[in-house]
Every structure is written in C-alpha cells, then in structure tokens.
Design a protein around this ligand. Structure first.
Ligand code: SAH
Length: 346
C-alpha cells in the first residue's frame, strides 16, 4: 500500500488494480501519512490559501429524476422557487461586498432558463462584475448552448460525472440519462475553453472500490481544473431514503488521493462534507482541499434547495458568516483569500 502511495506521488498514476487495492484497504496509519503528503503537495502549488466561491442556488425546478436527489421532479413535497434577475444580481451584490470574486450559479435543469435568458443573465453579471469569475452548474446541455454561455462570459462549469461505471450510473438515474452523455458534456465544455469541474458522490448506493477506481482513472484522463467530491447523504423523499450515507473517512481519504493524482487541481471541501461533521470542511482542507463554497442564496430559499437531508446552510456554510469561516480556517493555519482563485491546470 505504501508503495502505491509513493508511486502515485511520483508518477500521478496507478493501474485500476492498484487503485482498487488502495481504496479497499484503508488504515489509519496510511491515512495519516497520506494527509501529510497531500498537504505538502497542495502547499507547494497553492500555499495555505483557501479560495471561496459564492454559491447562488437560483432554481430548484428540475426536469430530471435522479434517484438520490431531493429536488428530483417526482418529489411533490419540495416548494419550488426560481430567482429572478434582480434577486440573483442582489446575491452578487451582497457577495461582492463580502469579498467573493467567483459566483457559482447552480440549479436544477430548469427549462424556464432558456439559452436566451441564461446568456442575458451571464452577460449582465459579467458587465457589472468584470473582475469576477462566473461558474455555471446547470447540468447537461447541447454543445451550442454551452458555447453561447461561454461567449456570454461564463468562465467555469461544474458537472460531476457522478460515477463513471455505466451500470452503476444506470442504477442511480432513470433510463433517459447516461454516463456516456454526461462524460461527453465534460469533454465538450473543456474544448470550449471552460475551466471544468467534475467529481462524484462517495458511498452512493451500490458503489464498490472498483467503481471508485474507475472514477479515479476517468478523472486522470479528463484532467479537470477542479474536482468536487462529497459523501452521498440520503434524502427522505427519494427512492434512496433508506440507504446509508457515505463515510466522512473515505471521502477525506479520496480527497488526499485526488490531491496526489492531480496536484494542481482545485479541490473543494464540499457542503456535504460539512453535513456529516461540524468540522468536516476543516478536515477536508487538512486532507488537501483548497476551496470552500459558502451559500449566498437568499435566506428564504435556502431550505428549499434540499438536495439531501440536513444540508447545512447556516454557520460557516453561510456567506454572511464569512468572518466565522475565516477564523475556523485560521485555527488550522490557513487563510481565506479574496481572489478569483483560478486553477493552475491548463
Ligand atoms: N443540476 C446540476 C446540479 C446538481 S446538484 C447538475 O446536473 O449538475 C450538485 C450535486 O449535488 C450533484 O452533482 C450531486 O453529486 C450532488 N447531490 C445530489 N443529491 C445528493 C445527495 N443525496 N447526497 C449527496 N450529494 C448529492
């Protein structure tokens, strides 16, 4: 196992078998050593800076029906909302004052937001905040739509591949969605000049170490600018209500492995990590992560963007409490910076 970690650090690659073994034989001693190495590599490239992104969850309408997600279209118990342009711009205004220089527009796949409405929104934000990066996270679209978004001024796109394995993907999504289409979108986005973020859920129902090994190989091949991973957390109104949540320990272990495999990638300590433990995000940083995405959505809508149960949106997860997050990072020797925080990956 130790040899595999040394090989990974030296060559940034492992075979599928090596990954599978490493992912199914985690020990505390190994983990500790791994975190140390991951932090060293992260410090080498990014120092002890933690980048922040203001997350604006602008619509929870969704035409998709992913079995794990609380805002899936079949869930009749969600109160649906969509923000209008003024509301979104006022989130940006608040965020800018707080020091955010990246706005992440995330939502369900909401047909109301046509290409025309999206490009108008992107161009308006870009015009008002030319020194800020705009990140989109609105799912699978046609290449032409992605191109229009890019031309309107969007800089980055987050689209987790969720799981590489097509059979596993099938078991998490309805028939009309496929692993290969989602993966194709990522390559398209990259070609169009977006900084892309991919990623997966840890501990999603049916996930095996082999699946995770395939996820790592896929990410190596894609070489994304960012990788977002977080534990699967069940939502009570979904077909996966009774499933077990993914583990904090395995997520942290994977974060550190990602740091060694893709040394220059941006790695967020995700909200879902914070859902499992009060200190989840601090632990994420100590495992090699370097980005945090506090919630900048209007207070009255936050509870309705319920991807999973107990999704945190107060305390250090709330953009308005940035001072609290800052001090939590300082406690562990890191500092929040006001910066676009672009990826070093080309
Ligand atoms: N509609 C957009 C945004 C999806 S929400 C898209 O298709 O990309 C962002 C991420 O939340 C998803 O990619 C998924 O990985 C994660 N997510 C959804 N439900 C979850 C759950 N129950 N537990 C943990 N993460 C979840």
């Amino acid at each position: 196992m130790k040899e595999s970690i040394a090989k990974l650090e030296e060559t940034q690659t492992l075979t599928k078998d090596e990954w599978t073994v490493l992912l199914s034989h985690r020990t505390d001693a190994l983990t500790e050593e791994l975190f140390e190495r991951a932090c060293k590599v992260r410090i080498q490239h990014y120092g002890k800076d933690v980048y922040i992104r203001g997350l604006i969850e602008f619509t929870n309408y969704c035409r998709n029906d992913c079995y794990y997600c609380g805002i899936r279209r079949s869930n009749r118990n969600v109160s649906r909302y969509r923000l209008n342009s003024e509301e979104i711009l006022s989130c940006c205004h608040e965020g800018y004052k707080l020091g955010f220089r990246t706005f992440v527009l995330q939502g369900g796949e909401d047909p109301w937001f046509t290409d025309q409405r999206m490009t108008h929104l992107i161009a308006t934000i870009k015009q008002q905040y030319p020194d800020c990066a705009i990140t989109l996270s609105i799912g699978e679209k046609e290449e032409d739509s992605y191109r229009l978004f890019r031309e309107a001024g969007a800089d980055r796109y987050l689209l987790r591949h969720e799981t590489f394995n097509s059979t596993h993907y099938r078991s998490l999504h309805p028939q009309e969605l496929s692993a290969s289409h989602r993966q194709q979108c990522l390559f398209t986005l990259r070609e169009l000049g977006f900084q892309v973020g991919s990623g997966f859920m840890v501990g999603s129902p049916g996930q095996t170490p082999e699946h995770l090994a395939e996820d790592m190989l896929f990410l190596k091949n894609l070489n994304p600018h960012m990788v977002g991973i977080g534990p699967f957390v069940p939502h009570h109104d979904t077909p996966f209500a009774q499933e077990k949540a993914g583990s904090l320990e395995l997520t942290l272990y994977l974060l550190a492995l990602l740091r060694l495999m893709l040394p220059k990638a941006l790695l967020p300590a995700t909200t879902a990590l914070g859902a499992l433990s009060e200190n989840g995000q601090q632990l994420g940083i100590l495992a090699g992560a370097n980005v945090i995405m506090p919630n900048l959505s209007p207070l009255e809508n936050r509870a309705s963007y319920s991807l999973y149960d107990n999704k945190p949106n107060t305390g250090t997860q709330a953009a308005e409490n940035l001072a609290q997050l800052r001090s939590k990072m300082e406690q562990i020797g890191y500092q929040i910076v006001t910066d676009r925080g672009d990826s070093l990956v080309h």
